[in-house]
Design a protein around this ligand. Sequence first.
Ligand code: CP
Length: 307
Amino acid sequence: MQELSSRHLLGIKNITENDIQLILHTAKEFKEVINRPIKKVPSLRDITIANVFFENSTRTRLSFELAEKRLSADTINFSSAGSSVKKGETLLDTVNNILAMKVDMIVMRHSSPGAPHFLSNKIKANIVNAGDGTHEHPTQALLDAFSMQEKIGDLAGKRIAIIGDILHSRVALSNIFCLQKLGADVRVCGPKTLIPKYLTDLGVQVIDTVQEALAWCDVANVLRIQLERQQLKYFPSLREYSIYYGINKAMLDALEKPIVVMHPGPINRGVELSSDAADSNHAIILDQVENGVAVRMAVLYLLAQKN
Ligand code: CP
């Protein structure tokens, strides 16, 4: 049996194309499983997984929890709000106390970039990064790639535009690493103040206007403006942002060829996407959420094989 090259999933940067293909292939099998009348398999029976969330989440947290239950794992959920973190307990002490309860795997979201990498050098359990600050969100990139493949097939040579707040987005960075490894041409579009300079080193070109980006791409992955991470004013107002970078259904209908519109959620309706675009036939936003469960089942299943 094929296996992953690492016992953790900390990011897409440090995994191989083979790892990505193995996860996507395994996810396809799990998607078939979760669409059966009996959606549960015994693959992770006797494995205990802690979902440790130091930052808010709806999709990722519920998706991991459901993936764990579908695999018959035992799960516990920790949220920093209402925990002893508020009394000053450190990240390492918190996680070591969770592990003392015989936990095998940690799924962690944290606002500090590198927090899961730090833990991976200190503890024995497998770690899955469920989003570390502005750094990486590997399972989001994997479910995005899976959803794109379902819609447009092999991603080699396909044109993917990532549009919006690239600077603060862990989804953007993980998408770039993942899609480039799968052979796609990835470009970004957004206000110059929200485009990080290191993109040139990654071989990612910048498209100036959203109209050009939509006309160029096969898939537009539209990102949220992350006001909660913005310490400065990067553009004059949300109204101005939506005028210059917002996407509506009329723009999509006017394109010469159909494109796929994606969004990792949560959506700022009326800012980066109008409601008529988000709810249109162009968008596969809820397919992404559905696929997230299968992709996370694949990740947890494959990591458990490494023990
Ligand atoms: N896409 C995503 O990470 O959403 P949540 O923040 O709700 O988990």
